[in-house]
Design a protein around this ligand. Structure first.
Ligand SMILES: Cc1cc2nc3c(=O)[nH]c(=O)nc-3n(C[C@H](O)[C@H](O)[C@H](O)COP(=O)(O)OP(=O)(O)OC[C@H]3O[C@@H](n4cnc5c(N)ncnc54)[C@H](O)[C@@H]3O)c2cc1C
Ligand code: FES
Length: 367
């Protein structure tokens, strides 16, 4: 434990302390100039009123490229519903980086995430996380959740898109006698398929789960541009409430197919990446981050969020795909392009969604 100088508080500090409970005031007399919280944090890393944290309890390798990280969240967390996700922050080279991950345990249980290494942050989470590490957290959110009333369900997933659906399956199967879930999961190889053994065990229990693997290295991708593949795999798909999570192309095709079948009200989707208008990027521009005193040339494919992070600006962020609004930053000058629509806009003081916007010429941001 580091040495801490203990001194009596000054009179202005007594006035400040009068706002707190007698117990807190007593603790502050003994702990000033540090707060009681500073001492608590030495023994309990989850203790912080400012930033929700969790402590890693277990790391389970899943495939060559993925791992499940279980953690125990501190004060401020609330139980997740099956299918929800949370923002997870990790410190890499002294910079706190945030990404979103679906919570894979059954609804209400101590949470876990299952991360597939595809970029710098997920790679660090999969390869370097160990029990005892502290994760920064934001509470669970998202509306990709189970319907209120039990009904026949169809889950179509690919790769790491299985994660929110795994939470739903763990919540339903074993616990609900009326569960009726068809899972059609696509992966490149059977060996590289997430949760394969557990899914097989659950299916063998005969508790209402049927698992169908679609192996793209042998069968090609599931073609949802027509009904042929679906009719063969799940003939009664039109009668089922359907949850789809996977690559953008799969989700886009599912939306069109369910619409054509007049079943769009039965389809619930979850995206892990924003829908970008092809060719929307433009030429980019020079970006100045005024408060951080940093600047960079960003091309038309680099979002303002990525451009800032690349030069070490602490950028606010959340989902990184245009749904949560956590990344808003005031525009000081210049114009930005929305990658989802290609629209160029910019008025001084306007809040820019930096995760889906690029520079359209010189841009000054108030961050
Ligand atoms: C609501 C939500 C839930 C998510 N749940 C999970 C999860 O349970 N497990 C998980 O591993 N990831 C999940 N992600 C993706 C995750 O947040 C990160 O985007 C991912 O780990 C890549 O981060 P990175 O920093 O390593 O790579 P980056 O360098 O940030 O990303 C590399 C590129 O990969 C794209 N990308 C993101 N996810 C995928 C994907 N699954 N397949 C293909 N390309 C992708 C990104 O859009 C980006 O263009 C989720 C994302 C969202 C928005
Ligand atoms: S980070 Fe969620 S909208 Fe930009």
């Amino acid at each position: 434990m580091p040495e801490v100088e203990i001194r009596r508080p000054f009179c202005c500090e007594y006035r400040y302390m009068a706002r707190f409970s007698p117990l807190t005031r007593m603790a502050q007399v003994f702990t000033t100039p540090h707060s009681p919280e500073d001492f608590l944090r030495l023994v309990n890393p989850l203790s912080s009123s400012r930033q929700l944290r969790g402590i890693v309890t277990e790391v389970i390798p899943e495939t060559e490229d993925s791992a499940t990280i279980r953690f125990h969240p501190g004060r401020g967390w609330h139980a997740h519903e099956a299918g929800q996700w949370a923002r997870i922050g990790v410190e890499i080279d002294g910079v706190r980086q945030w990404r979103s991950y679906s919570l894979t345990t059954a609804g209400g249980e101590d949470p876990a995430i299952t991360v597939t290494a595809i970029g710098a942050i997920s790679e660090a989470l999969v390869r370097n996380t160990k029990p005892g590490d502290v994760l920064f957290l934001a509470p669970p959110q998202g509306d990709f959740v189970l319907p209120e009333h039990p009904r026949p369900l169809l889950m179509i997933t690919a790769g790491s898109g299985l994660t929110p659906v795994m939470s739903m399956i763990r919540t339903l199967v074993r616990r609900r006698a009326d569960a009726d879930v068809q899972l059609l999961h696509s992966s490149r190889t059977l060996d590289g398929s997430l949760f394969r053994d557990e899914l097989q065990e659950l299916a063998d229990l005969d508790h209402g789960l049927t698992v169908k693997h679609w192996i793209t290295s042998e069968q090609g991708r599931i073609d949802l541009s027509g009904t042929k593949d679906l009719d063969a795999a799940v003939p009664d798909w039109r009668e089922r409430a359907t949850y789809v999570c996977g690559p953008t192309e799969m989700i886009n095709e599912a939306e069109a197919l369910w619409k054509a079948a007049a079943r769009e009200h039965q389809l619930v989707i979850e995206r892990f990446a924003p829908v970008i208008l092809p060719g929307a990027g433009g030429a980019g521009g020079h970006v100045t981050f005024e408060k951080s005193d940093k600047e960079v040339d960003a091309d038309g494919d680099t979002t303002l969020l990525e451009a800032g992070e690349d030069v070490g600006v602490v950028m606010p962020s959340g989902c990184r795909m245009g749904i949560c609004q956590s990344c808003l930053v005031p525009l000081v000058a210049g114009q930005v392009r929305d990658l989802r629509t290609g629209e160029v806009h910019g008025e001084e003081g306007q809040l820019v969604q930096t995760c889906v916007s690029t520079a359209a010429g010189p841009v000054h941001l108030d961050v």
